[in-house]
Design a protein. Sequence first.
Length: 393
Amino acid sequence: MTQRLYYTEPYRTTFDATVVNVESVDGRWHVTLDQTAFYPASGGQPFDTGTLGGAAVSDVIDREDGTIAHLVSGPLKVGEVVNGEIDWGRRFDHMQQHTGQHVLSAAFDRLFGVRTESFHMGQLSATIDLAREVTAAEVAKAEDDANRVVWEDRPVVVRFATAEEAAAMPLRKESGRTGSLRLIDVQDYDLSACGGTHVERTGAIGVIAIGGWEKFRGGSRIEFLCGTRALQRFRLWRDSLAAMQKHLSVPPVEMAAAIDRMQEESKGLQRTIRGFQEKLAAHEAAALLAKGSTTIVEALEGWDAQGLKAIAAAATAAEPAAVVALFTTTTPALVVVARGPNANVDAGAVLKQLTAKFGGKGGGKPDLAQGGGLTGNSLELIDAAKALLRSHP
Ligand SMILES: [Zn+2]
């Protein structure tokens, strides 16, 4: 068993300990000590990092046998007394999130009887999964109540109790463990069995901000940020809002409406462009037919697939015997193959052979096929298409 200093002294950042065991596993050293302030990954809270005897600690594992293994970069000697130092910035952040989670979960539980099914602390934000779906109004109320408790700066006390004693207590979250239980008591608000590290008073959480929520497995997944993380998210959103504001010249509250308007305008413009494109396509088709051949193979600059289709449709409508293969001049190229009702070329088959030779993909019917991703310059593509159309009379 490793004595867990963080159980009773969560604010302790350095300690001395005796090395009990050292094993080499996959090029890393697993070191166990008689006691440690390093928190191992468990209960939704990530492990601590720091140094042990000057070597970097990259992982801390809670083992089945009650010992804690520290993964360190260099070997330590059994029997040696080493100094451990934990990365306090990382640990304190975890403490803010973890106590914040207890308070937030308690708020949903107390206000709406909604249980927290699980808790996960990620690198940038943490989530709780609630047993049922919650409404925006419920989320706001729980957020308000949780922050009221934060700002009342209530004591957070660690208590130990036997399983029998705990059974008689109003625990929000019971433990499956037997023997002595560790309880986290947020004064007059929440009592939960938990092995994690917590701030001494709720005020140290700073703020509990809900970043968003979504439906998840019949319930809700709530993303939340406490303390420093809330500030970091605020800065991120502030900077991206400021960047958007520069483009849109409207205050943040009007941004969604401004984007809606822009999208509507953009749709209108696209309709106008399509209209012009179709008119221009008819002229382009006439110009191509005026060259005198019913076999038209060209690479056309400035047209997209929609435009090439419009030209091909106009050409085959005006000249029922026409066969048309039109490429964009982009790399890779798009292609449209079409035939008029009096021509018996299989456009789909021609396209297949083009993509077999030049790569890309596409498909279509005997009268119209379209593809993209063809690599090859315009001259190569035109030569190949001409040869194919000649061999498909
Ligand atoms: Zn906990």
